[in-house]
Design a protein around this ligand. Structure first.
Ligand code: SF4
Length: 317
């Protein structure tokens, strides 16, 4: 008998499109400033149990986020909606890739219920890329925002969306649902897009952020990049200028870490003092809020940062 696919001994690779690529250079030893807590606390276990009981996915787990021990201990998790399989194949990301299944119509309500159970003041909802859907998943995002408002009316909502590339009208659907913060990450500088984010277009992402502000000037906008992917310092400064031209309020900058040898190499670990210098420059360029450190991730401390963001806007008036 011929075994065509041995799913027991050879389960489907997590990233089939990367399986035959040569290995990237091994990640250099992490410097001391990257060390993180092992996730063992009771709060972590409770958050984990709640996610499994509701059949929910989190980007914290799927992307192998280094902050999971700290965040989950405080019951702060980032929900990842529309399944665990992404239709893009970015070179930095550890989320499973392939053809996703159908949307779960009960998912928005489950996210709303879990938000209420976690008792969160601020929730971050992201998703896989769903290029297979006519609206890129925009309606599902909008339904999830509404379900959270129903189940947890006091919770402020931050969405971290894909780029909805070539999905006419999708962005408008999400903005109409009025999340408090609209986040879309540029991820890297334009010169690195082809190797880091090949399915995306830098100016499309930038325009998306600008369009959010045009549609709803009161909505907070946020974007982030990773460093350590081979970008030049002057390119980071140019990205800051581009984001300010798009009237983006909040910038995050964090260190890229390599999920596997099939992913993009870590070209460099940026030391904390360089993050601090970037933060100073970004504030000088007019961002209301800047988070820049080796372990900064878009959703890290999102609740506290949202409170500071609101205060910064009020003070600037
Ligand atoms: S930083 Fe964001 S993705 Fe990482 S564990 Fe915290 S909430 Fe999850």
């Amino acid at each position: 008998m011929t075994v065509v696919l041995d799913l027991v001994n050879n389960p489907r690779p997590r990233h089939p499109e990367k399986a035959h690529r040569p290995d990237s250079p091994v990640q250099p030893k992490k410097p001391d400033w990257i060390r993180v807590k092992v996730p063992v606390s009771a709060g972590y276990a409770e958050t984990h149990a709640l996610m499994r009981a509701n059949g929910l996915h989190t980007v914290c787990e799927e992307a192998g986020c280094p902050n999971i021990g700290e965040c989950w201990e405080k019951k702060h998790a980032t929900f990842m909606i529309m399944g665990d399989t992404c239709t893009r194949a970015c070179a930095f990301c550890n989320v499973k890739t392939g053809l996703p299944g159908a949307l779960d119509p009960a998912e928005p309500a489950h996210v709303g219920e879990a938000t209420a159970k976690l008792g969160l003041a601020h929730i971050v909802v992201t998703s896989v890329d769903r290029d297979d859907l006519a609206d890129g998943g925009a309606r599902h995002f909008a339904e999830t925002i509404r379900a959270i408002r129903t189940h947890a009316p006091g919770t402020t909502i931050e969405v971290l969306t894909p780029d909805f590339l070539r999905k006419e009208g999708a962005l408008e659907i999400v903005v109409e649902a009025t999340p408090d913060v609209f986040n879309h990450n540029l991820e890297t500088v334009p010169s690195r897009y082809l190797s880091v984010r090949p399915g995306a277009r830098y100016f499309h992402s930038l325009r998306l952020l600008q369009r959010v502000k045009e549609l709803d000037p009161a909505m907070f906008t946020k974007s982030g990049i990773m460093v350590g992917l081979g970008e030049e310092r002057n390119e980071i400064l140019q990205v800051m200028d581009d984001l300010r031209s798009a009237d983006v309020d909040f910038l995050t900058i964090g260190q890229y870490l390599q999920p596997t040898r099939k992913h993009h190499e870590v070209v460099r670990f940026m030391p904390p003092e360089e993050f601090e210098a970037l933060k100073t420059i970004a504030y000088a360029k007019g961002f209301l809020m800047v988070s820049a450190s080796p372990l900064t991730r878009s959703s890290h401390h999102a609740g506290e940062d949202f409170a500071r963001l609101k205060a910064a806007r009020a003070a600037a008036k």
